[in-house]
Write a protein that binds this ligand. Structure first.
Ligand SMILES: O=C(O)c1cc(C(=O)O)c2c(n1)C(=O)C(=O)c1cc(C(=O)O)[nH]c1-2
Length: 235
Protein backbone atom coordinates (compact mmCIF):
# COMPACT_ATOMS: atom_id res chain seq x y z
CA UNK A 1 0.00 0.00 0.00
CA UNK A 2 1.35 3.47 -0.82
CA UNK A 3 1.56 5.84 2.12
CA UNK A 4 0.62 9.49 1.54
CA UNK A 5 2.74 10.77 4.36
CA UNK A 6 2.47 14.46 3.60
CA UNK A 7 -1.22 14.45 2.63
CA UNK A 8 -3.86 16.07 4.81
CA UNK A 9 -5.63 13.75 7.26
CA UNK A 10 -8.93 12.24 6.20
CA UNK A 11 -12.01 13.53 7.95
CA UNK A 12 -13.39 11.02 10.51
CA UNK A 13 -16.22 9.90 8.16
CA UNK A 14 -13.73 9.38 5.32
CA UNK A 15 -11.37 7.47 7.59
CA UNK A 16 -14.16 5.26 8.92
CA UNK A 17 -15.38 4.60 5.37
CA UNK A 18 -11.86 3.55 4.35
CA UNK A 19 -11.69 1.10 7.28
CA UNK A 20 -15.16 -0.29 6.58
CA UNK A 21 -14.20 -0.56 2.92
CA UNK A 22 -12.01 -3.54 3.84
CA UNK A 23 -15.07 -5.65 4.71
CA UNK A 24 -14.79 -7.59 1.42
CA UNK A 25 -11.47 -9.01 2.66
CA UNK A 26 -13.03 -10.27 5.90
CA UNK A 27 -13.21 -14.03 6.46
CA UNK A 28 -17.02 -14.04 6.34
CA UNK A 29 -16.78 -14.69 2.61
CA UNK A 30 -14.06 -17.36 2.82
CA UNK A 31 -15.19 -20.60 1.04
CA UNK A 32 -14.65 -22.61 4.24
CA UNK A 33 -16.95 -20.33 6.23
CA UNK A 34 -19.47 -20.44 3.42
CA UNK A 35 -19.48 -24.24 3.55
CA UNK A 36 -19.76 -24.13 7.34
CA UNK A 37 -22.71 -21.77 7.22
CA UNK A 38 -24.33 -23.79 4.46
CA UNK A 39 -24.26 -26.93 6.62
CA UNK A 40 -21.83 -28.69 4.30
CA UNK A 41 -19.08 -29.54 6.78
CA UNK A 42 -18.70 -33.11 8.02
CA UNK A 43 -18.37 -33.87 11.72
CA UNK A 44 -14.64 -34.35 11.18
CA UNK A 45 -14.23 -31.00 9.39
CA UNK A 46 -16.02 -29.17 12.20
CA UNK A 47 -13.64 -30.79 14.69
CA UNK A 48 -10.62 -29.62 12.71
CA UNK A 49 -12.06 -26.09 12.59
CA UNK A 50 -12.76 -25.94 16.34
CA UNK A 51 -9.40 -27.45 17.35
CA UNK A 52 -7.50 -25.04 15.11
CA UNK A 53 -9.37 -21.95 16.12
CA UNK A 54 -8.55 -22.91 19.69
CA UNK A 55 -5.03 -21.70 18.98
CA UNK A 56 -6.39 -18.25 18.08
CA UNK A 57 -8.52 -18.14 21.23
CA UNK A 58 -5.53 -19.16 23.34
CA UNK A 59 -3.25 -16.35 22.25
CA UNK A 60 -5.75 -13.48 22.25
CA UNK A 61 -5.01 -12.57 25.89
CA UNK A 62 -1.27 -12.52 25.12
CA UNK A 63 -1.93 -10.29 22.12
CA UNK A 64 -3.98 -7.93 24.29
CA UNK A 65 -1.33 -7.95 27.03
CA UNK A 66 1.24 -6.96 24.38
CA UNK A 67 -0.92 -3.98 23.41
CA UNK A 68 -1.17 -2.92 27.04
CA UNK A 69 2.56 -3.28 27.58
CA UNK A 70 3.24 -0.95 24.63
CA UNK A 71 0.63 1.66 25.53
CA UNK A 72 1.54 4.74 27.61
CA UNK A 73 -2.08 5.96 27.90
CA UNK A 74 -3.71 4.92 31.24
CA UNK A 75 -7.33 5.09 30.03
CA UNK A 76 -6.59 2.85 27.05
CA UNK A 77 -4.78 0.34 29.28
CA UNK A 78 -7.70 0.36 31.70
CA UNK A 79 -10.22 -0.24 28.91
CA UNK A 80 -8.08 -2.90 27.22
CA UNK A 81 -7.55 -4.90 30.41
CA UNK A 82 -11.18 -5.97 30.24
CA UNK A 83 -10.38 -8.04 27.13
CA UNK A 84 -7.86 -10.17 28.96
CA UNK A 85 -10.32 -10.81 31.78
CA UNK A 86 -13.05 -11.53 29.22
CA UNK A 87 -11.07 -14.38 27.64
CA UNK A 88 -9.26 -15.72 30.69
CA UNK A 89 -12.14 -15.25 33.15
CA UNK A 90 -11.62 -14.31 36.78
CA UNK A 91 -11.07 -17.91 37.88
CA UNK A 92 -10.33 -21.29 36.34
CA UNK A 93 -13.27 -22.72 34.41
CA UNK A 94 -14.60 -19.28 33.53
CA UNK A 95 -14.25 -16.92 30.54
CA UNK A 96 -14.20 -17.05 26.75
CA UNK A 97 -11.46 -19.65 26.54
CA UNK A 98 -13.55 -22.05 28.59
CA UNK A 99 -16.61 -21.35 26.42
CA UNK A 100 -14.56 -22.23 23.35
CA UNK A 101 -13.57 -25.51 24.99
CA UNK A 102 -17.23 -26.25 25.54
CA UNK A 103 -17.87 -25.84 21.83
CA UNK A 104 -14.93 -28.14 21.12
CA UNK A 105 -16.38 -30.91 23.27
CA UNK A 106 -19.82 -30.38 21.67
CA UNK A 107 -18.37 -31.10 18.23
CA UNK A 108 -16.83 -34.32 19.58
CA UNK A 109 -13.30 -33.41 20.62
CA UNK A 110 -11.76 -34.49 23.94
CA UNK A 111 -10.45 -31.61 26.03
CA UNK A 112 -7.04 -33.18 26.02
CA UNK A 113 -6.64 -33.27 22.25
CA UNK A 114 -7.61 -29.60 22.10
CA UNK A 115 -5.33 -28.52 24.95
CA UNK A 116 -2.27 -30.30 23.60
CA UNK A 117 -2.80 -28.60 20.20
CA UNK A 118 -2.14 -31.80 18.26
CA UNK A 119 -4.55 -30.78 15.49
CA UNK A 120 -3.19 -27.25 15.00
CA UNK A 121 -2.04 -26.88 11.38
CA UNK A 122 1.33 -25.18 10.69
CA UNK A 123 -0.32 -22.42 8.65
CA UNK A 124 -2.71 -21.60 11.49
CA UNK A 125 0.18 -21.38 13.93
CA UNK A 126 2.11 -19.09 11.57
CA UNK A 127 -0.84 -16.79 10.95
CA UNK A 128 -1.85 -16.51 14.61
CA UNK A 129 1.75 -16.06 15.77
CA UNK A 130 2.12 -13.26 13.20
CA UNK A 131 -0.82 -11.48 14.82
CA UNK A 132 0.81 -11.66 18.26
CA UNK A 133 4.18 -10.53 16.84
CA UNK A 134 2.41 -7.60 15.19
CA UNK A 135 0.97 -6.53 18.55
CA UNK A 136 4.33 -6.94 20.27
CA UNK A 137 6.36 -4.99 17.74
CA UNK A 138 4.08 -2.29 16.29
CA UNK A 139 2.93 0.91 17.98
CA UNK A 140 -0.08 0.24 20.24
CA UNK A 141 -2.44 2.22 17.98
CA UNK A 142 -1.73 0.00 14.97
CA UNK A 143 -2.21 -3.10 17.08
CA UNK A 144 -5.54 -1.76 18.36
CA UNK A 145 -6.58 -0.97 14.78
CA UNK A 146 -5.81 -4.54 13.73
CA UNK A 147 -8.62 -5.64 16.09
CA UNK A 148 -11.13 -3.63 14.08
CA UNK A 149 -12.29 -6.80 12.34
CA UNK A 150 -14.75 -6.50 15.24
CA UNK A 151 -16.66 -4.10 13.02
CA UNK A 152 -17.52 -7.04 10.81
CA UNK A 153 -17.64 -9.88 13.37
CA UNK A 154 -20.98 -9.26 15.11
CA UNK A 155 -23.10 -9.80 12.04
CA UNK A 156 -21.12 -12.89 11.01
CA UNK A 157 -21.37 -14.47 14.48
CA UNK A 158 -25.13 -13.89 14.53
CA UNK A 159 -25.47 -15.69 11.23
CA UNK A 160 -23.16 -18.43 12.48
CA UNK A 161 -25.30 -19.18 15.52
CA UNK A 162 -28.46 -19.40 13.41
CA UNK A 163 -26.83 -21.45 10.66
CA UNK A 164 -25.11 -23.89 13.01
CA UNK A 165 -28.31 -24.53 14.95
CA UNK A 166 -30.20 -25.09 11.71
CA UNK A 167 -27.61 -27.33 10.07
CA UNK A 168 -25.75 -29.38 12.67
CA UNK A 169 -28.22 -31.33 14.76
CA UNK A 170 -25.68 -32.36 17.39
CA UNK A 171 -24.93 -28.74 18.36
CA UNK A 172 -27.24 -27.12 20.93
CA UNK A 173 -27.70 -23.41 21.65
CA UNK A 174 -25.83 -23.71 25.00
CA UNK A 175 -22.82 -25.13 23.13
CA UNK A 176 -22.66 -21.86 21.20
CA UNK A 177 -22.37 -19.74 24.35
CA UNK A 178 -18.98 -18.59 23.09
CA UNK A 179 -20.64 -16.81 20.20
CA UNK A 180 -23.83 -15.62 21.89
CA UNK A 181 -21.73 -14.06 24.65
CA UNK A 182 -19.30 -12.51 22.18
CA UNK A 183 -22.12 -11.06 20.06
CA UNK A 184 -23.24 -9.03 23.09
CA UNK A 185 -19.67 -7.89 23.62
CA UNK A 186 -19.14 -6.59 20.10
CA UNK A 187 -22.64 -5.16 19.68
CA UNK A 188 -22.31 -1.68 18.24
CA UNK A 189 -19.92 -3.10 15.65
CA UNK A 190 -16.73 -2.50 17.55
CA UNK A 191 -17.68 1.11 18.30
CA UNK A 192 -15.41 1.36 21.35
CA UNK A 193 -12.34 0.26 19.37
CA UNK A 194 -13.27 2.43 16.41
CA UNK A 195 -13.62 5.47 18.70
CA UNK A 196 -10.11 4.89 20.06
CA UNK A 197 -8.62 4.58 16.59
CA UNK A 198 -10.42 7.65 15.21
CA UNK A 199 -9.47 9.72 18.26
CA UNK A 200 -5.78 8.76 18.26
CA UNK A 201 -4.99 8.41 14.54
CA UNK A 202 -4.86 12.11 13.76
CA UNK A 203 -2.22 12.37 11.04
CA UNK A 204 -2.61 10.97 7.56
CA UNK A 205 0.29 8.63 8.23
CA UNK A 206 -1.33 7.24 11.38
CA UNK A 207 -4.60 6.79 9.52
CA UNK A 208 -2.91 4.98 6.63
CA UNK A 209 -1.08 2.72 9.07
CA UNK A 210 -4.33 1.92 10.87
CA UNK A 211 -5.91 0.93 7.56
CA UNK A 212 -2.86 -1.21 6.72
CA UNK A 213 -3.10 -2.86 10.17
CA UNK A 214 -6.71 -3.83 9.57
CA UNK A 215 -5.79 -5.14 6.15
CA UNK A 216 -3.01 -7.22 7.71
CA UNK A 217 -5.50 -8.67 10.19
CA UNK A 218 -7.93 -9.68 7.46
CA UNK A 219 -4.98 -11.56 5.90
CA UNK A 220 -4.27 -13.30 9.22
CA UNK A 221 -7.84 -14.55 9.47
CA UNK A 222 -8.05 -15.51 5.80
CA UNK A 223 -4.77 -17.45 6.03
CA UNK A 224 -6.04 -19.29 9.10
CA UNK A 225 -9.05 -20.52 7.17
CA UNK A 226 -6.93 -21.46 4.13
CA UNK A 227 -4.82 -23.66 6.41
CA UNK A 228 -7.88 -25.09 8.17
CA UNK A 229 -9.53 -25.87 4.85
CA UNK A 230 -6.43 -27.73 3.73
CA UNK A 231 -6.12 -29.65 7.00
CA UNK A 232 -9.81 -30.57 6.91
CA UNK A 233 -9.55 -31.82 3.31
CA UNK A 234 -7.02 -34.45 4.45
CA UNK A 235 -9.46 -35.99 6.92
O1 LIG B 1 -16.14 -15.69 15.17
C1 LIG B 1 -15.64 -14.79 14.52
O2 LIG B 1 -15.85 -14.64 13.30
C2 LIG B 1 -14.73 -13.87 15.23
C3 LIG B 1 -13.92 -13.00 14.54
C4 LIG B 1 -13.01 -12.21 15.26
C5 LIG B 1 -12.24 -11.29 14.45
O3 LIG B 1 -12.81 -10.74 13.49
O4 LIG B 1 -11.06 -11.10 14.69
C6 LIG B 1 -12.91 -12.34 16.65
C7 LIG B 1 -13.80 -13.23 17.25
N1 LIG B 1 -14.66 -13.98 16.56
C8 LIG B 1 -13.81 -13.38 18.66
O5 LIG B 1 -14.63 -14.13 19.17
C9 LIG B 1 -12.91 -12.68 19.47
O6 LIG B 1 -12.93 -12.81 20.69
C10 LIG B 1 -12.00 -11.83 18.86
C11 LIG B 1 -10.98 -11.06 19.40
C12 LIG B 1 -10.37 -10.49 18.33
C13 LIG B 1 -9.19 -9.62 18.35
O7 LIG B 1 -8.65 -9.37 17.28
O8 LIG B 1 -8.79 -9.20 19.45
N2 LIG B 1 -10.99 -10.86 17.19
C14 LIG B 1 -11.98 -11.67 17.49
Amino acid sequence: MSLHLSAAPMSPPEFIAALRGLSHRYWGTHPFHQRMHGGELSEEELKIWAANRWYYQCVLPQKDAAIISNCPVPEIRREWLDRIVYHDGTKAGDGGIERWLRLCTAVGLDREEVLDQRHVAPGVRFAVDAYVTFARTKPWLEAVASGLTEMFAGHLMQRRVADMLANYSWIAREDLAYFTNRIDKVSGEGKGTLDIVVRHAVTREQQEKAIAALSFKTDVLWSMLDAIERAAAKE
